[in-house]
Design a protein around this ligand. Structure first.
Ligand SMILES: CC(C)(COP(=O)(O)OP(=O)(O)OC[C@H]1O[C@@H](n2cnc3c(N)ncnc32)[C@H](O)[C@@H]1OP(=O)(O)O)[C@@H](O)C(=O)NCCC(=O)NCCS
Length: 193
């Protein structure tokens, strides 16, 4: 059961600031990372990702100054790879993951990306449900990908993300959550601020 229902949910989601991840966010990001994953990334992995410039896009969802979640993407030519997405456990199930995914897709649209991929633990059904909502389909298994427990990774892909069908899918997810999307110009100013 959602803690917030429409229209409060939409109001809450639209009050979040989605901005580029910066070093100043890393303390809070690391706090979430440690609580969200059994095998968290180190701070230096994030620092290295943030130093890679145009081939990466890392965003955070801010509630005031509090980082509630983040999502990272690696771009390779016309494909994107979601490298990390996590929401603070105390903010989960409030569509922040959905908000981060929709922003990630919109940024991919701006770069004329055709397809997005990611890996997810075979046991991580809640994340898989989120990805399925965004049109990701299972495409293979990486055996023993997660070394600490030898768990397999499910590889998922969303293809043809520039198609009108996919645009409609994402817009309908946003509409269901009450997410109002800013104009492209304002978004760009915001995302790089
Ligand atoms: C996966 C994660 C990012 C989802 O973030 P979130 O903000 O809680 O997700 P949302 O509120 O946007 O949920 C969207 C949909 O995902 C699915 N989902 C999310 N959490 C779920 C849960 N606990 N149980 C079942 N389904 C869930 C549902 O389909 C949900 O839509 P619905 O509630 O309308 O059915 C978050 O659970 C998380 O940070 N997990 C730990 C880190 C992780 O596993 N990251 C993914 C690595 S591949």
């Amino acid at each position: 059961m959602r803690e917030l229902e429409k229209p409060d949910l939409g109001k809450f989601l639209n009050s979040l600031d989605i901005v580029a991840m910066r070093k100043k966010h890393l303390e809070q990001v690391m706090d979430i990372e440690r609580r969200a994953y059994p095998n968290p990334w180190t701070r230096s992995v994030f620092e290295s990702e943030l130093s890679q410039g145009a081939t990466r896009s890392y965003i955070v969802a801010l509630h005031g100054r509090a980082v509630t979640g983040y999502c990272g993407t690696l771009y390779v030519i016309d494909e994107a790879h979601i490298t990390n997405i996590a929401v603070d456990p105390s903010w989960q199930r409030m569509y922040i993951g959905t908000r981060l995914m929709s922003e990630t897709v919109r940024r991919a649209w701006e770069r004329q990306i055709q397809a997005i991929t990611l890996e997810v633990r075979v046991s991580n059904f809640k994340a898989q449900k989120l990805y399925q909502m965004f049109g990701f389909q299972p495409a293979g298994i990486r055996k023993g990908y997660y070394q600490e427990n030898n768990e397999d990774a499910l590889i998922m892909w969303a293809y043809d993300i520039d198609s009108s069908e996919y645009h409609e899918r994402v817009k309908s997810i946003e509409a269901n959550a009450g997410i109002v999307v800013e104009s492209a110009r304002r978004r760009r100013r915001h995302l790089w601020s």
